[in-house]
Design a protein around this ligand. Structure first.
Ligand SMILES: [Zn+2]
Length: 160
């Protein structure tokens, strides 16, 4: 058996007047994440972890934020495309672990829906997709609600 592991991290600013998308889910909030796409920080970190596991570069290489093709794009499409690259390389995803860092809103009620959404795209069950969330105890840019961060780790297994 051949395994590869990858890690990903992503940051976005939080601003008034943008929708907040996390883990493929729209979450009602005062502020949303600023970005070229829908700025789904969690899905971006997972994409980067998948690409990183195979040393395929990063999300910016494959889906440049200078491209009109990706303006306002649903990040679930970026995750699907990252999954296609994993398959092309002969791998499958074994499991995902991730952590969101943001002050508010509370994420817990949305986690099961995020797990289902991510699992469907990655050919997994919700049990294989961990989504955790933490505040930074009011410290730093996350604590000041200026931005949010996501970290992800992904394990891949060779299947062909
Ligand atoms: Zn991003």
């Amino acid at each position: 058996m051949s395994f590869r592991i990858g890690s990903g991290v992503d940051f976005h600013q939080l601003v008034v007047g943008r929708e907040l998308w996390l883990g493929g889910i729209h979450i009602p909030a005062e502020k949303g994440a600023l970005g070229h796409s829908d700025a789904d920080v969690l899905l971006h970190a997972i994409c980067d972890a998948m690409l990183g596991a195979l040393a395929l570069g990063d999300i910016g290489t494959h889906f440049p934020d200078t491209s009109a093709e990706f303006k306002g794009i649903d990040s679930k499409i970026l995750l699907e495309r990252s999954m296609a690259l994993v398959r092309e390389e002969g791998y499958r995803v074994v499991n995902v672990d991730s952590t969101l860092c943001l002050e508010k809103p509370k994420i817990k009620p949305y986690v099961p829906q995020m797990q289902d959404t991510i699992a469907t795209i990655l050919d997994l069950t919700a049990k294989d997709v961990s989504v955790k969330a933490t505040t930074t105890e009011k410290m730093g840019f996350v604590g000041r609600e200026e931005g949010l961060v996501a970290y992800a780790t992904v394990l891949l297994e060779r299947i062909s």
